[in-house]
Write a protein that binds this ligand. Sequence first.
Ligand SMILES: NC(=O)c1ccc[n+]([C@@H]2O[C@H](COP(=O)([O-])OP(=O)(O)OC[C@H]3O[C@@H](n4cnc5c(N)ncnc54)[C@H](OP(=O)(O)O)[C@@H]3O)[C@@H](O)[C@H]2O)c1
Length: 229
Amino acid sequence: MILTGRRRDALEETVKAADCGRVIEADLADSGALGRFCDRIRENTSSLDVLVHNAGVGLYAPSFATAPEAARQLMALNFLAPLELTRRLLPLVPDGGSIVAISSIAGKVSFPGMSVYCASKHALNAYADVLRMEARGRGIHVLSVCPGYVTTAFVNNMLQGASPNALPGRGRFAITAEQCADAILAGVLQRKRTVVVPKAGWLLVAAERLFPATLHRVMARHLPASRGE
Ligand SMILES: NC(=O)c1ccc[n+]([C@@H]2O[C@H](COP(=O)([O-])OP(=O)(O)OC[C@H]3O[C@@H](n4cnc5c(N)ncnc54)[C@H](OP(=O)(O)O)[C@@H]3O)[C@@H](O)[C@H]2O)c1
């Protein structure tokens, strides 16, 4: 197992707790650093059974007031990094291996206040769908993971703004990182196309598909960003 991120200490703590794996530090939003990271992987590793695109960041602001630099950074990490990592590392994924894209329920449903984040995760889901078709010949499994609200440090790490407590998915539908990881592992082992976790999120996905106008009217009425908060 190889873990990456910018904070070596946190990564080393995880490797110690798991009692396996190693750390290669990298800022994946920086294309030069991402390239050097891939070079190091290729120098030291002959095979990647499962490639997980997990690094991601949020942003909470009205669509017309999103800071351009924050939008660029978000797209660089949430969308362009998985593209480039896949381009460079796919040759190391063996036939029958897995690629996991950690997307979001916001990659299936569009929420006020989260336009750029939703755009990045919709884009990631579309990319994963196409990759799945294209990698079929090699038997490579591509999984899109669409969590609702997971109790991590995510809300403290927003590139802009702060997500309000009233967002759907908070409260009784919130899940822990461990519950999310269990659902991801089951999705890999069962070679699923999509994991929505918690499963109640499928109701929102179905509403977006079947009654988009009604759902958007309800969200526009009730979600704080629609009222300029
Ligand atoms: N929490 C939720 O409610 C939720 C819901 C749906 C989807 N997700 C998705 O789940 C994924 C993980 O998020 P999380 O909830 O675990 O949030 P988090 O606690 O903020 O963790 C973000 C992870 O991404 C890494 N990261 C951030 N910027 C990076 C960069 N520039 N280069 C390399 N690594 C970077 C962080 O490591 P370093 O800080 O060490 O770089 C950390 O491991 C994201 O893709 C997020 O969009 C989260």
